[in-house]
Design a protein around this ligand. Structure first.
Ligand SMILES: NC(=O)c1ccc[n+]([C@@H]2O[C@H](COP(=O)([O-])OP(=O)(O)OC[C@H]3O[C@@H](n4cnc5c(N)ncnc54)[C@H](O)[C@@H]3O)[C@@H](O)[C@H]2O)c1
Ligand SMILES: [Zn+2]
Length: 364
């Protein structure tokens, strides 16, 4: 199955989804991003697990490939690693006729994507997501970035890929805790845009938590379609894309306050529930929405209550979120499960009183 992601009149590409499709990587590169050479960038874990299969798929289509790897984890998503990878491409005499393949989770997508966005002023990128979070979220939307000391993702570029190749077979090696991170973003997609998807997730939570292939396939297809639709309506993040930040203002604050000990998806799960509770208290969100979300998230093994962090510190951290306007945190709130709320003048985000958030954070 294919989903098309459109970036206005400027660009469109397909997300090619199917089990075993990693074997098509050479054909996809030849068709969507033909190049003299291909550089496959992946973290060391993904290189060990899936690097050889990617290189073989390229080789079968007669494409010469160079493998570059970096240490796994968010800590590699920085300017030093961007520089090291860029210099390695130059050293290998790669030129403008190089296609970058970002193989891996969201870290590889963002880091290798930023290398592709900047190398020789931009070379084609093909993304092969290997985590559920990357398949349903990070790979879609054309954003690339690295982290800097001032914050996450603060230096980057829009650089939509030529294609995304999504092979759910690659999830077989993914640890359960990583799979769960993707569930949180899939629940978010249902929560903001598709009540039926949310109900489907609730009904199939046990199968999803057990990583049953058929359930994962359906989840990936629907979630990719939802995110692609939102991106298509607002490719450069001027309006509706803000709805994808539901749960994220609190999530980012929890991540920062915990020194990034709370994984992103876990933080999003808690953030969705806390923000829904605050939205209910502000009479923006339909009563019962927070509890309904909590039930689904718990069934997927996700946390829904903030760990013992000081409320005042979490609220202070919301004020340094880069998406806030002049220090006032903004919240993408639900109207009800499956629908985002709009402000009276058509805006996508709300300011909320700290007292409402404090109560939602401390809800038992
Ligand atoms: N660009 C965007 O729009 C966007 C959106 C959401 C998130 N992100 C970014 O995505 C990143 C998080 O992505 P992530 O959670 O995929 O992290 P990640 O890329 O670090 O992957 C998580 C872990 O799983 C391992 N792994 C990956 N695939 C595997 C597989 N198939 N089998 C076994 N292990 C595997 C990795 O080695 C890593 O240790 C963050 O940096 C975030 O900022 C970007
Ligand atoms: Zn997220």
């Amino acid at each position: 199955m294919n989903v098309t992601v459109r970036f206005g009149d400027v660009h469109a590409h397909d997300v090619l989804i199917g089990r075993g499709r990693l074997a098509d990587l050479g054909d996809v590169v030849a068709r969507c991003a033909p190049a003299h050479r291909c550089a496959v960038i992946a973290d060391a874990t993904v290189t060990a697990l899936h690097g050889a299969a990617a290189a073989a798929a390229l080789g079968a289509a007669g494409i010469d490939s160079l493998g570059l790897s970096f240490p796994p984890g968010e800590r590699s998503k920085n300017r030093a690693e961007w520089q090291r990878l860029t210099d390695a491409l130059l050293q290998a005499r790669c030129g403008r006729d190089t296609t970058i393949v970002a193989l891996g989770g969201g870290v590889s997508g963002d880091l290798a994507g930023f290398v592709a966005a900047t190398f020789m002023r931009g070379v084609p990128l093909v993304v092969v997501p290997t985590t559920l979070l990357a398949m349903v979220d990070a790979a879609i939307g054309g954003k690339t970035a690295v982290d800097v000391p001032a914050g996450k993702n603060l230096v980057g570029a829009f650089h939509p890929p030529a294609a995304i190749l999504t092979d759910p077979d690659l999830l077989a090696t993914l640890p359960a805790a990583e799979l769960r991170q993707g569930f949180a973003e899939a629940v978010k997609h249902g929560a903001i845009a598709d009540a039926a998807h949310l109900e489907w997730i609730a009904a199939h939570a046990a199968a999803l938590a057990a990583a049953e292939p058929a359930a994962l396939d359906d989840l990936v297809r629907t979630s990719v379609a939802i995110k692609a639709a939102v991106v298509g309506r607002d490719p450069w993040e001027r309006g509706e894309r803000a709805s994808l930040n539901a749960g994220h203002t609190i999530a980012h604050a929890l991540e920062r306050c915990s020194g990034f000990a709370i994984p992103h998806g876990d933080a999003v799960a808690i953030g969705l529930v806390v923000e829904a509770r605050a939205g209910e208290a502000a009479a923006i969100t339909r009563p019962g929405t927070a509890d309904a979300l909590a039930r689904v998230l718990l069934r997927l093994g996700l946390p829904v209550r903030p760990p013992g962090l000081a409320t005042a510190e979490v609220l202070a951290a919301t004020r340094t979120d880069k998406k806030g306007r002049s220090g006032t945190p903004r919240y993408a709130l639900l109207r009800r499960p499956g629908a985002i709320a709009r402000t009276d003048n058509g805006g996508w985000t709300f300011a909320l009183d700290d007292s409402l958030l404090a109560r939602a954070l401390e809800h038992g």
